[in-house]
Design a protein around this ligand. Structure first.
Ligand code: PMV
Length: 328
């Protein structure tokens, strides 16, 4: 009873920030993302009749108690659905920094949902997998699909309609992301805590909820019309609204560092020079810039003038989560 799956992280153009149900991890808003190509998480799940507890090996080392508990709680959902009782060994690795605002929880739980359900003998379709992955991490529901993806907020109390759908295949539009790493340190405040502060204390939270449907509808049509400036402008607007929520919370949460800000300034400067490039930032200090393939070199040249950038990862649009042959 074992299976191995690969899933890619995704970057939200329209962000998920806020929960309508904490236990079922239901989002308060819909979101739209692009699944990445070169970055991935590979996860093997082996259910073992003779083990007393679940065990998680993350990037070659035994994971922390907290990480193990999170995975164990997720495996409980699978065990209940499959009507099995045995514990599991989970071996997971990322080919990119973990927990630093690069959406590692998205690819982690998408690959865990696929490998775990398969190892437990469940054969779930993409929609059921997306619903399952969401229980681990809201953004993971989107990483089940490749290309351009929309997460539906859903209305039902049981969360069965809070799933992602694919808007377009990766080949629909050739774009590049530059994932700009400004630090490899793990962030101090995770997205769940950050969201909770915003929900409870930011005076702008109700406006965020009110405007969300409009942002989603406009972004969907910008993508389907391949309207790059409209997509980029709206992506930055939505990103800044999310960070305005974190900044206006009590206590305020500031996810950026000084390099993050220098990169934003440079991207604005590049646009003045008629190079179309736009940024977005999640719950961490890394910047993700989107551009057309022809502009990558000029943008990288500009970025190389900024001291403090640790690494730039160039990538395109990636595929859905998938099972792979067990290499062990
Ligand atoms: O999936 P979570 O719980 O890690 O939350 C993701 C939140 C953001 O990355 C900031 C936005 C998003 O939609 O991915």
């Amino acid at each position: 009873m074992n299976a191995t799956a690969i899933a890619h992280p995704n970057i939200a153009l329209i962000k998920y920030w806020g929960k309508r149900d904490k236990k079922l991890n239901l989002p308060a808003v819909g979101s739209i993302s692009i699944t990445l190509d070169d970055l991935f998480t590979e996860t093997t799940v082996s259910f073992k009749g003779d083990s007393e507890s679940d065990c998680l090996i993350l990037n070659g080392r035994r994971a922390s108690r907290q990480q193990e508990n999170r995975v164990s709680n997720f495996l409980n959902i699978i065990r209940r659905k499959a009507n099995i009782d045995c514990r599991a060994e989970v071996v997971s690795r990322n080919n990119f920094p973990t927990g630093a605002g690069l959406a590692s929880s998205a690819s982690a739980f998408a690959s865990l949902a696929l490998a775990g359900s398969q190892a437990a003998g469940l054969s779930f379709g993409p929609s059921q997998l997306s619903e399952l992955a969401r229980r681990g991490s809201g953004s993971a529901a989107r990483s089940i699909f490749g290309g351009f993806v929309e997460m539906i907020k859903g209305e039902k109390a049981d969360g069965s309609d809070a799933v992602a759908v694919q808007l377009a295949e990766p080949v629909f539009w050739e774009l590049n992301w530059l994932v700009i790493i400004t630090t490899e340190e793990e962030k101090k405040i995770g997205s769940t805590d950050g969201m909770s502060f915003s929900e409870k204390t930011s005076p702008y939270y109700p406006v965020w909820i009110d405007e969300s449907k409009k942002d989603i509808d406009e972004m969907r049509s910008a993508i389907l019309n391949r309207d790059f400036p409209k997509m980029g402008d709206l992506m930055e607007f939505n990103c800044m609204k999310m960070h305005a929520l974190t900044l206006s919370s009590r206590p305020p949460v500031f996810y950026w560092n000084e390099v993050t800000l220098a990169i934003i300034h440079l991207i604005q400067e590049l646009r003045l020079q008629k190079i179309p490039v736009y940024y977005t930032i999640d719950a961490g200090p890394q910047v993700k810039a989107i551009c057309r393939p022809n502009d990558v070199d000029r943008i990288k040249e500009g970025l190389e003038t900024i001291p403090g950038i640790k690494k730039i990862i160039k990538t395109g649009l990636g595929q859905s989560a998938r099972l792979i042959e067990d290499r062990k």
